[in-house]
Write a new protein. Sequence first.
Lengths: 390, 548
Amino acid sequence: MRRLSDLKIEGLQKVFGEATAVRDLDLHIESGESIVLLGPSGCGKTTTLRMVAGFERPTGGRITIGGTVVAGPGVFVPPDQREVGVVFQSYALWPHMTVADNVGFGLTVRRRRKTLEGGRASIAGRVQSALEQVQLDGLGSRYPHELSGGQQQRVALARALVTEPRVLLLDEPLSNLDTRLREDMRLAIRNIQRESGVTMIYITHDRIEALALADRIVALKAGETQQIGPPEQLYQNPRNRFVALSLGPANFIPATVQSWAPDVVVRLDTGQVVGINTPPGMTRRPSEKVLVCVRPPDIGIERRKDDAETAGGTVREAVFLGDETHYIVDVDGLPDPVRIVQRTLRPMDRGTQVTVLIDSGVGNLIDEPADALAAQPPAEGAQLSSLSVS
Amino acid sequence: MESLAPWLWVAATFFLVVVPVGSLLWKSLELPESGSRGLDNYAEVLTQGSVLEAIFNSFWIGTATTIGALLIAVPFAFLVSRTDMPGRRFFRSVAVLTFAAPSFIAAMGWILLLGPRGGLLNEYVLVPLGLPAFDIFGAKGIILVLTLFLYPLVFLPVTDALDNMDSRLEEAAESAGATRWHTLRAVTLPLMLPPIFSGSLLVFISAFVIFGPVALLGGPVGFQTIPTAMLELMTFPPRIEYAAVLGLPVLFALGVLLYLQRKLYGKRAYTTVGGKPGQKRTVELGVWRWVAWFFGFVVLLFSIVLPFGVLLLTSFRKAVGLPLTWDNLVLFDNYRALVERPAILESFWNSLWIALVATVASIVVAVLAVWLLERSRTRLRPAIQPFMLAPLAFPGAILGIAMVIAYSGSPYWLGGTLTIMLLAYLIRVVPQSFTYVHAGFKQVNAETEEAARVLGASWSESMRRVTIPLLRGPILSIGVLNFVLLFRELDVSIFLFTGTNNVAPVILYNLASESQFQLMGALSVVMLVINLGVVLVARRLLGVRVAH
Ligand SMILES: Nc1ncnc2c1ncn2[C@@H]1O[C@H](COP(=O)(O)OP(=O)(O)OP(=O)(O)O)[C@@H](O)[C@H]1O
Ligand SMILES: [Mg+2]
């Protein structure tokens, strides 16, 4: 008995005084789909979520849940009638109630309103099974301050799920947990979401969480949507540098278009001529300057032989991390050093002369002018350590 | 409910602030002879010799009391916070206790101790020692009683600031070559100035307009200040518009003073004066510590033990005129006499329930106002704090007059009812309820309410099940404070009292003016015991609160 729970956001806008927090957001979320809003601090993620929950009134646009307009011109459905579940970053558990009372709150509200049949016992039963779902059985009589951070997080999740909301909204729910716990909870949330089939919007600025949890990712920057698509698409075919870097380290290599149709072939500034992917709907004329995004693991590196035709370079930094080795290489003809990740057992020393290889098909054209490269500093990770792909 | 909230607040504010102040202003312009309005009343009142004298008296009583309070409070605070004086903690709690006891009851105690005829200290201590008897009636008696009652207003904030001051500031001065005295003058004192200033201002304001002690100690010798002059203008023959005239400048002046105080020091009052607490350095007094202890003991003796002890003693005496011997003491007679007087019993119940209702109502208004201020998007928000704090500028007497003018006649006809008394009590405690609840509310994360809303709770259900339970601590403490204050409220009650709306403090005051000292003693004891009991029981109950 699945209810209609698709979510449609059209032209959504929120202005606080002078500042625009959300600008013209369009998003259609299918029933049961899991969407991650990804973006840096202050880009309007929380504001979007609060408008969906009904804590803020949009200044423009429309939100429709399951075919009912909940916010739009002349319409505003208060949060208590939207049937959404929210997990707050602060958890917002009520310190004066036990865990079971916290979880059962939504049910008692509904029973009071006569929208829920059954007595105390049936509520207790549902609370019990919600606690089991998040592996907290037996802790119902504790108070929130008697739980660990991870357990509090689970209570917040159970509380949001027990009323079977149409949409589940989570605002950076794992940001207060340590790394190990975060991994466990990530899996737990994904499983629960799949099993219950609830439509989910999940906010994070952690790319691993985004990749692991999303059916589709919405990349946001300063209130504006940059790209919407499945994780693989955003990772492999980012539309711009911002999206590329949001999902992991990337190199941006200047190139010149050689031919556009039938296949796109460019000459990289390293001298290599390669075929690359392009975002749909984009065209460039031959001999135009472009930028190509290549992920560090997609670049090959080997000791330079004298007869090499491909680009040469010098290892500036090499860090052996067990599973892989991270290099920063100064490549002839490129303005910025290139990041490379390789599975090698014997890493090359600093100063080694190397050959850098980029295969056809791994690069991806970015919808940004080539001179943008100099204009922007590298957004993520001036240090080598941030190269690690976990 | 949620959309009604701003309107509820507007209605409450209208009746609690706008109507009383507006009526006072309007009335002061009314000219009964000609039936028109004008400024003639002002000219009339402000040229009357007795009125000018009352204004002058208010000023100098206020000033002298402030100086007296400073002389006690500042050294006492330093001794308690920064030295090894014996019994430091005990002396601190004594200062807090002074608040629970009303000043007019203390004044009654002092009449029994230092009254020119039959005052026990005069009769049994001063005269036998060959010293001249002290006459408590008149200005110096008033200043003595007010000083001993009001010094905690300076003592408590200064102690607090000294506790929180980082000794490293002083050490820094010393390591730069300053002497101890120089450090005290150059570093410690300047840091103490904000709490000293705001405390002094409160003492001045309170002394300036306090009614009870002035009426009891000044009345018999014809010494008047503004509030007693106002009461006289209302009773004999009633010139209520003159009383209104007298009230307005006071209201205005106090408003400005309180605003200045909040503006200058209000925010800093609760923050630490530079750095972490706990870095305190104490001065070792050596033998002088016993001198310090004696000083504290004398303050305790004079502010609490003597005035309230004598009331207790008097409640067991057969008659004040008889010599103090065992034969002349009785255990129950005076207390039984209280119960046998229906007016006294009735006044007791009246006081209990209207204090309780006003306490609860003020908390309701405060929660509503604070919620609107902190959570809603209403355009009223900038007005909320000023209006909720405005009653601070109507001290008892002026509030009393304003209430009489606003509500006793048409269209409300509340004169002589308990309702008007209740309304006035409510107004009196709204500012402090607001301040407490506001401070508590700032600790409550808005998300805890949103979590309830999104789970389906309506605004009122989320208030009832989440917000108010989370505010339990501040609500209970301000509730107790309000109740204790209102149960013994005299300054407003005396203006609203007509003989049909008996409340305990007015009955007690009347017993004193009728010189029924044994009954007065007994009733004082009962009232003090009730207040103390409420405080102690509440502390016990508050002790068992859920840790967060
Ligand atoms: N109530 C408000 N009043 C004014 N400006 C606001 C308000 N709430 C948010 N903003 C502004 O809107 C912008 C977006 O804020 P939002 O909280 O949505 O960011 P976010 O993406 O959730 O960031 P974070 O990752 O730090 O939580 C910010 O610039 C913020 O300053
Ligand atoms: Mg946020």
